[in-house]
Design a protein around this ligand. Structure first.
Ligand SMILES: O=C(CO)[C@H](O)[C@H](O)COP(=O)(O)O
Length: 226
């Protein structure tokens, strides 16, 4: 089975989880990436059964609007959304993640924080014993790129600015390899505390609640409280 087919299965599993719970007034949080693109395509088939989605990127907004899914903003929410659905670049068994391969990490963290349940959809190649093989994306205010890069080097990182890329927030991404991720929560807090960092792609303090992991023999559901 190809990675694309596994992504499709993970996306379908999220649909199977969420669609039976849809209500006309419900707003859903939607992430960013190739797995989420597949989820959006499936979700659009049910667009009459929920009110709208809050998007974590211009890319997902355009895809949803193109398929006729109403997109709203966090400002319009009266209460937390029941679900936020997103992919990941890596996820461990405690459902801590590295995200931001697509550069949408900050809006992803914001929209996820407005939902009761983070449902992570991944193919099995993303499931790891220990986070850190994937370089950690860090979103940085452009004027701070050099001093932030130095601070990241001081804590052991090998830093590469993502060439020719600006986030939806007009910021740059530093991709940082070689960091010690034995304590991801501590590392997330340390990096987020560097002046000039908008946020880093570690989602350890804000891990997923449920992961739907597509393996060749089927989708396995992991829960944080299991
Ligand atoms: O964090 C993300 C984007 O910022 C994505 O969730 C992550 O990069 C996974 O993407 P894909 O589903 O394309 O593998």
């Amino acid at each position: 089975m190809t990675q694309q087919q596994l992504k499709q299965q993970a996306a379908q599993a999220a649909i199977d989880l969420i669609v039976p719970q849809l209500k006309p007034e419900m707003v859903l949080g939607v992430g960013t990436g190739s797995t989420v693109d597949l989820f959006i395509d499936l979700l659009a088939e049910h667009k009459g059964r929920f009110k709208a989605a809050v998007s974590s990127s211009e890319r997902s907004t355009a895809r949803m609007q193109g398929l006729g899914v109403a997109v709203t903003t966090l400002d319009e929410l009266a209460e937390p959304m029941p679900f936020y659905v997103d992919g990941a670049d890596e996820i461990d068994t405690q459902l801590r993640m590295i995200k931001g391969g697509g550069g949408a990490l900050t809006r992803e963290k914001i929209v996820a924080s407005a939902a009761r349940q983070f449902v992570c959809i991944v193919d099995a190649t993303k499931l790891v014993e220990r986070l850190g093989a994937f370089p950690l994306p860090v979103e940085v205010i452009p004027m701070a790129r050099a001093i932030v890069a130095r601070r990241l080097q001081e804590i052991g990182g090998h830093v590469l600015e993502r060439a020719g890329f600006l986030t939806d927030n007009g910021c740059v991404i530093l991709d940082v390899a070689g960091l010690n991720m034995l304590e991801p929560e501590q590392l997330e807090a340390t990096i987020n505390d560097i002046p000039g960092v908008v946020t880093c792609g570690l989602f350890a303090l804000s891990a997923a609640d449920v992961a739907l992991v597509a393996h060749a023999d089927g989708v396995r559901r992991l829960s944080r409280d299991a």
